[in-house]
Design a protein around this ligand. Structure first.
Ligand code: C2E
Ligand code: MG
Ligand code: MG
Ligand code: MG
Length: 280
């Protein structure tokens, strides 16, 4: 039994429930070190316009290149950084790195595409968030209309605060989308009061879309409701032709998923982009 625990320790951090204080302290100090020594990287996943087949954007997704444990997905460390506040410097690093990358692509002659960045609850509540983002936009020369911030439904539970914060962000000229839509408990009645541009339908509804269950009805309903509210719709987690056809028929604007590509490093994205643009 002891041997098993020992081995697991070297494979990954233990899930929240079984993590010991020691594990946690080590993880936190690793995270601090990771920020100082730039162990984080961004992977990019394209968003494709379903009417034209063109690549219209890309989502930046953070990874941790851990010196011993290899490449770690955000699910392994983002929740802890949200608890201990490290998400604030990490989130700022992500925004800066994503905007710099976008600028580099523009300078290399790539047509302008939108850059989507995930915000965490803690960031959303951060004092003077809009000012911080404004300064990143200025610092990197990123045109605000090409930056899209992704928030989740849970961030809108304090309705008045959310409306106020979203309005401040919108005033910068950026786009805002509600990520993982359908999985939270946001009140639909308030949706029309939030100054957002887009809903991203959660992958869990897209996966079994064509299996004859209730997911088809859910996706159709979210899409038509969004359109009536003048919001655009992105489907996440698209993996096959049937899903794509269904979404196209429902006039869903954009799709993202393994069907196109998994999230990939910047240099691979460049060649993927060139190839896709030739065949689209
Ligand atoms: P998300 O924002 O909903 O991102 C989409 C996730 O779905 C990504 O997982 C992506 O790899 C995965 N995905 C996309 N298409 C498919 C598909 O066709 N099939 C399957 N099975 N999966 C697909 P990833 O990169 O592990 O990110 C997980 C979550 O971590 C993100 O969900 C987001 O909530 C969070 N996250 C990632 N980067 C950041 C960040 O920089 N800041 C914050 N606050 N959260 C982040
Ligand atoms: Mg997202
Ligand atoms: Mg999402
Ligand atoms: Mg999701």
């Amino acid at each position: 039994y002891a041997a098993k625990i020992h081995r697991n320790e070297y494979q990954s951090y233990r899930p929240e429930m079984t993590r010991t204080t020691q594990d946690r302290l080590r993880l936190e100090s690793d995270l601090r070190k990771a920020l100082e020594t730039e162990q984080f990287t961004l992977a990019y996943q394209p968003l494709v316009n379903l009417a034209t087949g063109r690549i219209v954007g890309v989502e930046a997704l953070v990874r941790w290149q851990h010196p011993q444990r290899g490449l770690l997905p955000p699910g392994e460390f983002i929740p802890i950084t949200e608890e201990n506040g490290l998400i604030l410097p990490l989130g700022e690093w992500v925004l800066l790195a994503a905007c710099k990358q976008n600028k580099a692509w523009q300078e290399a002659g790539m047509p302008p595409i939108r850059m989507s960045v995930n915000l965490s609850m803690r960031q959303f509540r951060q004092h003077r968030l809009a000012d911080r983002i404004q300064s990143i936009l200025e610092q990197t020369g990123m045109p605000p209309e090409y930056l899209e911030l992704e928030i989740t439904e849970s961030m809108t539970s304090d309705v008045e605060f959310a409306i106020h914060t979203l309005a401040e962000l919108k005033a910068l000229g950026v786009q805002i989308s509600i990520d993982d839509f359908g999985t939270g408990y946001s009140s639909l009645g308030y949706l029309k009061r939030f100054p957002v541009d887009k809903l991203k339908i959660d992958r869990s509804f897209v996966t079994d879309l064509t299996e004859g269950g209730s997911d088809a009805a859910i996706v159709s309903t979210i899409t038509s409701m969004a359109h009536q509210l003048k919001l655009k719709v992105t489907a996440e987690g698209v993996e096959n032709d049937e899903q794509l056809r269904f979404l196209r028929e429902r006039k869903c604007e954009e799709a993202q998923g393994y069907y196109f590509t998994k999230p990939i490093p910047a240099n691979l994205f460049e060649s993927w982009y060139r190839h896709h643009s030739q065949s689209a």
